[in-house]
Write a protein that binds this ligand. Structure first.
Ligand code: PMP
Length: 435
């Protein structure tokens, strides 16, 4: 037995020793097709030589320079690269080491912004039920999953939760998708009014919901209406693109496809594609200006922020995605994957819904298709499915349903962008056997 304190102490894990494009190989030589990109991380596949070379070059030149003394070339270049391609209004990048840290930075930037502009009473955050925004205490308080939150209460910030945009379960009979968006925007507005518009700091949501719901896209018009409501009350919009961003849904930022811009966007997983730990919070000009023209000092930071090697790795990843035209592949392969999942599972008695965008696809498992009744969570179907898939040499990302029956177990697929068509068949074949 190894001395690793693994997060699941009831399970044995194979030892990964080698990456090979879309595969990970374990110490026994077994190959696993990475159909989940880990957790929507490995968008470039494993052991990419161009990225490895960029990391080696940077480490040889300068691995790390503390940000209280220096900026660095890779940090500046990566910030420029991101802002040139980001939705309008965003003008600077705060680098961190992962998704939870990016969310923490966004929360504190929002809070400090209102302090700087003389509205310190704006402390209240609104997020959505059944959401996940990370595991550090602020990000955990933000997320709307009662089970994850309860043992760590009292949590650190004031958060209330409104409904997610989850058409498969929550669209009402006779309601059009557009009407659903109107209803949910009205729900947000009612919550802002209940709290007092002058007390609300920000609303946070994932443009496409990843881990908690399994690639759930919003109904058309939802985010533009949400943006209008936020603007009406001076509430900031934070879009969490930690999972769905950086090309995963077919555009570099998922917000582009919703036609909205945000005051803060968090990114992480696909940014460094697993080659180095890195995350970032993209900051709008008005937030940056408020701090620049006020105290001038963002009261936040960690030792490894803006790590030169991590920035060099992320820059190499993003340049590879662009120069190899991989976002075109995301769209083409995404359609191919969705078509194959449809052929294979649309009539399966226990697959209630197949959904997603680009190479971010989800399947929801149900005990009964007509009533959409989820399986009993006590069956731990998601855990059994993950085990069965690994035995088939497939990495997919199943998650459990909620105890209140508001959602079923689901499987998230988020493979690397450099797959071949044959890999799509391999994914559906192996997944079919596992299910
Ligand atoms: N936000 C979202 C939407 C995520 O999916 C995750 C991770 N699953 C996080 C934040 C937290 O990121 P990390 O695990 O890198 O801290």
């Amino acid at each position: 037995m190894s001395h690793v304190f693994h997060r699941n102490l009831h399970q044995d894990y194979p030892t990964a020793v080698q990456g090979d494009g879309p595969y990970i190989v374990d110490r026994e030589g077994r190959r696993y097709l990475d159909a989940s990109g880990g957790a929507a991380v490995s968008c470039l596949g494993h052991s990419d030589e161009a990225v490895a070379q960029a990391i080696k070059d940077q480490v040889s030149r300068l691995a790390y320079a503390h940000t209280s003394f220096f900026t660095s070339e890779p940090m500046e270049q990566l910030a420029d690269f991101l802002i040139e391609r980001a939705p309008a209004g965003l003008d600077s990048v705060y680098f961190v080491s992962g998704g939870s840290e990016a969310v923490e930075a966004a929360l504190k930037l929002a809070r400090q912004y209102f302090v700087e502009i003389g509205q310190p009473q704006r402390k209240h955050l609104i997020a959505r039920r059944q959401s996940y925004h990370g595991n550090t205490l602020g990000a955990l308080a933000t997320g709307g999953n009662a089970w994850r939150r309860q043992q760590f209460e009292p949590l650190l910030i004031n958060v209330s939760h409104v409904s997610p945009c989850y058409a498969y379960r929550d669209q009402q009979p006779d309601e059009t998708p557009e009407a659903m968006g109107v209803r949910l925007a009205a729900e947000l507005e009612a919550e802002i009014l209940r709290l007092g518009g002058e007390n609300v700091m920000a609303f946070v949501a994932e443009p496409v919901v990843g881990a908690t719901l399994g690639a759930v896209t919003a109904v058309p018009g939802y985010f533009t209406r949400i943006r209008e409501v936020c603007d009406r009350y001076g509430v900031l919009l934070i879009l969490d693109e930690v999972m769905c961003g950086m090309g995963r849904t077919g555009s570099l930022f998922a917000a582009e496809q919703e036609g909205v811009t945000a005051d803060l966007i968090t990114i992480a997983k696909g940014l460094g594609a697993g080659y180095q730990p890195i995350g970032a919070t993209l900051v709008s000009q008005r937030i940056r200006d408020a701090i620049a023209n006020g105290s001038g000092f963002f009261q936040h930071g960690h030792t490894y922020i803006g790590h030169a090697t991590a920035c060099a790795a992320a820059l190499a990843v993003q340049q590879a995605i662009e120069s190899r035209d991989l976002l075109t592949r995301v769209n083409v392969l995404g359609e191919g994957l969705q078509a194959r999942l449809g052929e294979r599972f649309a009539n399966h008695p226990h697959i209630g819904d197949i959904r997603g965008r680009g190479l971010f696809q989800g399947l929801e498992l149900v005990a009964d298709r007509d009533s959409k009744r989820p399986f009993d969570p006590a069956l731990k179907l998601h855990a059994r499915l993950k085990k069965a898939a690994m035995a088939e040499g497939l990495m997919c990302y199943p998650m459990g349903g909620t105890l209140d029956g508001r959602q079923g177990d689901h499987i998230l697929l988020a493979p690397p962008f450099m797959l071949e068509g044959s890999h799509l068949d391999e994914i559906t074949d192996r997944l079919g056997r596992a299910i």
